[in-house]
Design a protein around this ligand. Structure first.
Ligand code: MN
Length: 286
């Protein structure tokens, strides 16, 4: 089986976003997107002290893509203008389709803020094909109990499949274009081979630990973009940790992103701003 080679590596720089600090490996200086994946934010792990004021992102709109939240540790309280409310715990995933427009707010629950704990979250933006950009918004709350798990024979790694098909598992998320998303935890010395479909773009983001790929050492907070030149990705871990594996069929269409909107033309961006300002994406007071 031919192994994919590394195309780019991007180290995530950290910056403040509202009340949190986030690391952003995508987009990076030399990587505008790895279609259909357009943005990845990694927040934490952070020790939230008990009794601190709630760090909440205030209501803001999205249109034209899917914001997906992986809660690795801690807790997330989501509210949106469609009337959905979600309380996610460690291991849960929230797969939101912004479609023609939704307003949401997110942050730890009051209980978590009062009790404190470790918070670690990834938010991923997945593009929508043009024909689905104005679809009705959709909210998928995926508890950890619905996410299938497979453990390697030697017990050194385990994989939880959120979307797509992989290693005889089927992920619970419904997607608009073919996407695979898996959370993988590994111990030192784990050897992992991930099959990848020929036409899919693939990335991994290392949250914690270190892995070796094709004799190249990849440390935590680094995203690896693979060339489309093989049928599998081979990783060997050299330090205990965890990573996110993402693969998907590229959307070969023009893309313009402006703040929270990801569309195909400049006119559509201007329309989105107008629609938001005139209340067409709904309302949310907190
Ligand atoms: Mn958001």
């Amino acid at each position: 089986m031919k192994l994919r080679t590394i195309k780019t590596t991007s180290y995530a720089h950290e910056f403040p976003m509202g009340p949190m600090r986030v690391k952003q490996p995508l987009p990076a200086r030399h990587v505008e997107q790895v279609s259909p994946f357009i943005l990845l934010h990694h927040a934490g792990p952070t020790q939230v002290e008990a009794g601190r004021p709630r760090a909440r992102l205030s209501p803001h709109p999205h249109r034209g893509f899917e914001p997906v939240t992986f809660v690795f540790s801690g807790n997330m309280h989501h509210r949106d203008s469609m009337g959905n409310e979600g309380f996610l715990q460690g291991g849960d995933v929230q797969w939101m389709t912004a479609g023609k427009g939704v307003i949401h707010s997110e942050g730890p629950s009051e209980e978590f803020a009062a009790e404190g704990g470790i918070m670690e979250i990834i938010q991923l933006w997945i593009n929508l094909p043009q024909k689905y950009k104005m679809t009705e918004p959709r909210y998928q709350d995926i508890p950890a109990s619905r996410i299938p798990l497979m453990e390697s024979a030697d017990g050194k790694w385990k994989l939880k499949l959120v979307a797509g098909a992989l290693m005889n598992l089927k992920g619970p998320a419904n997607t608009f274009s073919p996407v695979q998303a898996a959370m993988i935890e590994f111990e030192f010395g784990a050897a992992i081979q991930l099959p990848v479909q020929e036409n899919f773009n693939a990335i991994i983001y290392v949250l914690e630990g270190k892995v070796e790929i094709n004799e190249q050492l990849v440390a935590h907070h680094t995203m690896v973009e693979f060339a489309n030149d093989g049928e599998a990705i081979q990783l060997t871990s050299v330090e205990t940790g965890k990573l996110l594996f993402l693969a998907g069929e590229p959307i070969n269409e023009p893309m313009i992103s402006y703040g929270p909107f990801v569309l195909n033309t400049q006119d559509e961006i201007e329309q989105a701003i107008l629609d938001y300002e005139t209340g067409k994406m709904g309302n949310l007071d907190f």
